[in-house]
Ligand binder design. Structure first.
Ligand code: SF4
Length: 414
């Protein structure tokens, strides 16, 4: 089980620390403005580490400028560079790139083959160690170290093939992570600056790989289902895989790798990761919204649209509350219910709740505050009225006292 603790600026990854949410940009890293803007957007909604690829010299040259833009905006989120194939060259040629990063990801399957593998890996690790940075050794099923896999196959054959080809593959993933971590320590990287991951896209395989890694390794683990896909499939597969592992205490930081639909914001993967942690009761990011699914008792989409508007409002407002130093808003319970069957009960249970009348809805609904029926909201601006009451309630209970400066955005938005 994980025993080490990794510190990256103010962020702590390790036993007892909150499981951290991370994400990755999908801009061209060399586009400084776009990449810095997306880093800020991801950090604003709660990504506690943000990674971008560093694939070539243009990207490596851009990294210090991206760091400067992000820091000038008052954002302290740790920046992670993702290196494949040529990381040893880029880091040797562009020390400013290394200096600008807080953490670097090395894929041991993509650092060169044969005799070059070890020297390329060693070059990267030694540079990272000398610079005092953190490294993630990130194995991926799609780019497994072929030499190591071949060795596993030969050993299995020599023993009469007691294990399936698939099992040999999974064991090679674990072995790649563990042997690379041991080599990194040998090359000067302390275990408190090593994070391990071994990602695969099949849920049962991911569970076996991480359960085995957790059994055999003391390192901080970054957990994620790679190439999870998009839409329901991506979210549900990730939630199942990460939910099981986190419930078993495995994983100190997570990323949900969703394929966005064209035009979708990259922030979806941050929200998905937060929802997983919140569903497990491991962290609280957002007020809880209780809304019923609706049924034949509702005859219009009024209640669905109010529920949607409330959620959108809170998603946008919570980062501002955080930046303004509001406290305790994560405990807020909001209800938006379709009819009288369960509406008043759930609304009374919430801090602030709205119960619509059900079939044949007039645009009017009962408002409950702290268990008491308070008023009837009505008219075409019903959603807006409810949001105003919600904001009033939050301001009264969670905003900093008058005269307090709260917490500045630069302190809060990591
Ligand atoms: S609260 Fe009313 S509208 Fe909502 S699911 Fe229950 S019965 Fe249907």
């Amino acid at each position: 089980m994980t025993t080490y603790t990794v510190r990256i600026g103010d962020l702590v990854l390790g036993p007892g620390a909150p499981v951290a949410v991370q994400s990755m940009t999908n801009t061209c890293t060399a586009d400084i403005e776009e990449t810095a803007a997306q880093v800020l957007e991801l950090a604003r909604v709660g990504s506690e580490l943000v990674r971008f690829t560093v694939k070539d010299e243009d990207d490596a040259r851009a990294v210090p400028y991206i760091r400067d833009r992000v820091r000038q905006a008052g954002c302290k989120v740790p920046l992670v560079g993702d290196f494949h194939y040529n990381g040893h060259l880029l880091l040797s040629r562009y020390p400013q790139c290394l200096e600008a990063l807080d953490k670097l990801r090395i894929n041991p399957g993509n650092v060169g083959a044969g005799e070059h593998h070890d020297s390329n890996f060693r070059t990267m690790v030694e540079l990272i160690a000398q610079a005092g940075k953190v490294a993630r050794i990130g194995v991926n099923a799609g780019s497994i170290d072929k030499d190591l896999l071949e060795r596993g196959r030969r050993e299995n054959e020599a023993q009469g093939s007691p294990r399936s080809e698939h099992q040999v593959f999974l064991e090679a993933m674990v072995e790649s992570a563990l042997s690379s971590a041991a080599a990194a320590q040998k090359y000067g990287l302390p275990p408190e600056r090593i994070v391990l991951s071994a990602k695969i896209s099949n849920v049962p395989d991911l569970l076996w790989v991480y359960q085995t890694l957790a059994e055999r390794s003391p390192y901080v683990l970054h957990v994620g289902l790679t190439e999870a896909g998009g839409g329901y499939k991506g979210v549900i597969s990730s939630a199942v895989a990460l939910g099981i592992l986190l419930h078993e205490g495995i994983g100190q930081t997570i990323r949900v790798s969703l394929t966005p639909r064209p035009g979708d914001s990259r922030t979806q993967e941050v929200y998905a990761a937060q929802e997983i942690l919140q569903s497990l009761g491991l962290r609280q990011f957002m007020p809880q919204i209780t809304s019923c699914p609706g049924c034949g008792r509702t005859s219009s989409n009024l209640f669905q649209s109010i529920a949607q508007e409330v959620e959108t409002y809170l998603r946008q407002r919570v980062p501002q509350w955080q930046a303004e130093g509001w406290r305790g808003y994560q405990e807020l319970k909001v209800a938006v219910m379709g009819c009288i069957v369960n509406g008043p009960g759930e609304s009374r249970d919430a801090n602030i709740g709205l119960s619509l009348p059900g079939r044949g809805e007039d645009p009017q609904a009962l408002l409950f505050v702290d268990g008491q029926r308070r008023e009837t909201l009505s008219g075409p601006q019903l959603a807006q009225q409810f949001i105003e009451r919600l904001e009033e309630y939050a301001r009264l209970h969670y905003s900093p006292p008058a005269g307090s400066s709260g917490t500045s955005a630069s302190q809060e938005v990591r």
